[in-house]
Design a protein around this ligand. Structure first.
Ligand SMILES: *[C@@H]1O[C@H](CO)[C@@H](O)[C@H](O)[C@H]1NC(C)=O
Ligand SMILES: *[C@@H]1O[C@H](CO)[C@@H](O)[C@H](O)[C@H]1NC(C)=O
Ligand SMILES: [Fe+2]
Length: 440
């Protein structure tokens, strides 16, 4: 037993916080943790959230403290009248002394687009509702990374909820539980009022890893049990990377903490996934990942570099429109780039790791501002990507200005698939580019 306790202390002190306090950046004071208690009967659902599964289906996930509850969701288009029901699966996990509740996952559908559904989980407890995404443009994505569960998080979530959107995209770092498993439950309860209303599509950050050498060498126990995404539907073998379509947008969720080198499963999967994109069906392609490939903040410098070197050429050759990253607790928008240079056919890179976690902001930047970085600011906030049609989208960043949401940055985007000079792509292998650079 003392040995186990020692391991615990070792874990908390050194292992679960690998990227925290490094001497070369200072963060704005974070706000207090919000612990969201369990205040429903044990058989009632808690931590309800929904995610998209293929076209026209939604996965409803929730936790019950009681194990006798069945994994059934009743749903319909009228409050209190559930004309359909579906039964799914359940799981649970242990992490050292912690045992999770019963974690239910039920896929419901087919569902009509842009429609409110009312639903109840496990035959008891409150009624929830969600609205399915639209079937045609426009579609609006809310984007927020590195959420955590502080008072900043609460106000960011209120801002996200205050105007209507279809789908939330989260580029990693959800609960900041950092191996303290009850904080995963608290996070689930904090986000339930929002994540039960709109699909939340997430990918993993470093705070989801929860790797413990020898005992939990692969990590991601809580994350994979609680936040399963539709990876099988996109041909992926891992919940750590997957893709899905929403209206005319193909969204690719990459895994910064899964192998990404050229001989990895993720790399092969990505090559396949990109090759299958049909731009006449999904003119827009958006990628999310955690550790940014472009970053002029002093925090986390270079952490995304090996992934960029492995995968950037593929994304460039597929004319990906936007790459969203998290990890750095600040906002930064780059111009279209490829291989560290401005390039009209490259993706726009946006860091949006400023949801509001307990570590506070990453305040210090490289000086002078690199020419490819067009807007950078260390404030909390969230983003909105409103795709209007095949050719035009609007991006805005909403600063969380002492709990008031203020639009601070906004630009119009034109899809690369509608650009005659970028599409269809002329493939320039890196080697060719490099030799051209040498000539200059
Ligand atoms: C989110 O917005 C909806 C619609 O305006 C509102 O009914 C709901 O109460 C809001 N949720 C929270 C938790 O503020
Ligand atoms: C797409 O939306 C933009 C912005 O609203 C508009 O200017 C443009 O005309 C639209 N294109 C089409 C084909 O409707
Ligand atoms: Fe992170």
């Amino acid at each position: 037993m003392p040995k186990l306790l020692f391991l615990f202390f070792f874990f908390f002190l050194f292992l679960v916080r690998p990227y925290h306090a490094s001497a070369d950046f200072i963060r704005q004071p974070s706000r207090p943790l919000v612990f969201t208690p369990h205040n429903r009967p044990d058989s009632h659902p808690q931590q309800v959230h929904v995610s998209l599964v293929g076209n026209n289906y939604m996965k409803v996930s929730w936790v019950t403290a009681g194990s006798g509850v069945s994994s059934t969701v009743e749903y319909g288009k009228i409050p209190g009248k559930y004309e359909s029901s579906a039964t799914g699966e359940h799981t649970s996990y242990r992490y050292f002394m912690y045992s999770s509740g019963k974690i239910h996952h039920v896929t419901i559908g087919p569902l009509a687009p842009a429609t409110m559904y009312y639903y109840r989980c496990g035959g008891a407890g409150p009624e929830f509702n969600f609205r399915t995404p639209h079937a045609t443009f426009p579609i609006e994505f809310a984007v927020a990374g590195d959420l955590g569960q502080t008072e900043w998080t609460s106000s960011t979530l209120e801002h996200i909820n205050a105007s209507d959107y279809d789908i939330l995209l989260l580029p990693g770092d959800l609960s900041y539980a950092d191996a303290q498993q009850p904080l995963w439950d608290s996070f689930g309860r904090l986000v339930e009022p929002y994540a039960s209303r709109r699909p939340w599509m997430v990918t993993e950050g470093n705070h989801e890893q929860e790797i413990f050498p020898l005992i939990y060498p692969k990590g991601f126990k809580a994350y994979n049990s609680r936040w399963p995404m539709p990876y099988k539907e996109s041909g992926s073998e891992s919940n750590l990377y997957y893709s899905f379509d929403a209206v005319g947008t193909h969204v690719i969720m990459l895994g910064s903490y899964a192998d990404f080198n050229t001989d990895s499963n993720q790399y092969k999967w990505l090559a396949n996934d990109l090759a299958k994109i049909d731009r006449s069906r999904t003119p827009w392609v958006v990628v999310l990942l955690h550790a940014p490939w472009y970053n002029s903040n002093l925090a986390h410098q270079g952490e995304g570099e090996s992934m960029r070197i492995a995968m950037e050429e593929m994304l460039y050759n597929s004319r990906v429109d936007v790459v969203f990253a998290g990890h750095v607790h600040a906002y930064e928008r780059f111009t279209r780039v490829y291989d560290n240079n401005a390039d009209p056919c490259g993706p726009i890179h946006i860091t949006i790791g400023d949801g509001g976690n307990r570590e506070g902001l990453a305040m210090l930047y490289k000086e002078p501002t690199p020419s490819i970085s067009l807007y950078r600011e260390a404030s909390f906030g969230h983003g909105r990507l409103r795709i209007l049609n095949n050719t035009h989208a609007h991006w805005s960043w909403n600063r969380n200005d002492d709990s008031v949401s203020v639009v601070a940055d906004g630009i119009w985007l034109e899809s690369l698939s509608s650009s005659s000079s970028c599409f269809p792509p002329q493939i320039h292998p890196k080697t060719e580019l490099a030799s051209k650079k040498d000539e200059l």
